[in-house]
Design a protein. Structure first.
Length: 285
């Protein structure tokens, strides 16, 4: 009984994108330490509010379009509770505006507004059915990575060294790997439901190839950052190792995605991997 309650609660937790929010906070904490800067509470709170608002807005639009009979649990949830979640999203937006006006450091306002505008344009383009070739996953990954690293980079008031650049690119790469793996899993599920049995296990080789290419690039960035940190002592080597660990979890999830398909366990593993970014913080002197 207790395990069932925990399972249902955690499933709801993930459907509401709260695990993504925690992962973003872990990523910002890592970026702040890499940049040797202490961020005020308002920056972390604003990040959490913004990430939840963007993901919830996207899910609300998807849920309304697909209806309460949608295949994905998170879409059914957002369709069924559309109005209450919309009210929460509006309250969250007001909280974000309050933080921007009264608590956000001044130097972050202009670049933050630019990033917010990019997020708004993305949501509009992603929902425009006529734009079939829109690279949704890539755009989200870029916006996400910029949102996480924006405050640590600007508030550190220091130039970004090559190691930091490589880690930033790898961070964006891990975000893309997550999103692209989810896209592959959902496309394969749709194909199995719509296609005859003889063609059920046919995979889109282009999607798999793109994942492999992105994985190689992401791991290369992490390996380069690790080599530079060891040679130049620019960043403690535990950070590049941690970033590589996140990529390794994602690649592992790709290869064993079939056993992880039930109840979207691949999302549990991949979104949970972003919490690993905070792991070195527990071992720092």
């Amino acid at each position: 009984m207790v395990l069932h309650i925990v399972s249902v609660t955690y499933r709801l937790f993930r459907a509401l994108s709260l695990d993504v929010v925690l992962g973003s906070l872990a990523g910002m904490a890592a970026a702040a330490h890499i940049r040797s800067v202490s961020l005020p509470w308002s920056v972390y709170t604003l990040l959490a509010a913004t990430v939840w608002l963007i993901y919830t807005g996207d899910h609300l639009l998807d849920g309304r379009r697909r209806g309460p009979q949608a295949r994905m649990y998170r879409h059914r949830l957002h369709a069924r509770f559309f109005k209450p979640l919309l009210v929460l999203a509006l309250l969250d937006f007001l909280l974000a505006m309050y933080l921007v006006v009264f608590h956000l450091p001044r130097e972050l306002i202009a670049p933050g507004l630019v990033l917010a505008a990019c997020s708004g344009v993305h949501l509009l383009l992603a929902q425009w059915n006529r734009l079939k070739a829109y690279p949704k996953e890539l755009v989200i990954a870029i916006i996400y990575a910029c949102g996480i690293w924006l405050a640590p980079v600007i508030m550190s008031r220091q130039p970004v060294d090559p190691t930091g650049i490589l880690l930033f690119v790898q961070f964006g790469g891990t975000a893309f790997l997550n999103l692209w793996l989810f896209s592959i899993m959902e496309a394969e599920h749709d194909a199995r439901e719509a296609m005859p049995a003889a063609a059920q296990f046919r995979s889109d080789h282009r999607s798999v190839f793109l994942f492999a290419l992105a994985a190689i690039g992401t791991v290369s960035m992490g390996t380069g950052a690790l080599a530079l940190s060891l040679l130049r002592n620019a960043v403690q080597f535990r950070w590049p190792l941690t970033f590589l660990l996140v990529s390794a979890v994602q690649i592992l999830a790709f290869f064993v995605r079939e056993p992880l398909r039930a109840r979207e366990r691949y999302r549990l593993l991949c979104d949970g991997a972003f919490l690993l970014y905070a792991l070195p913080l527990f071992f720092l002197p």
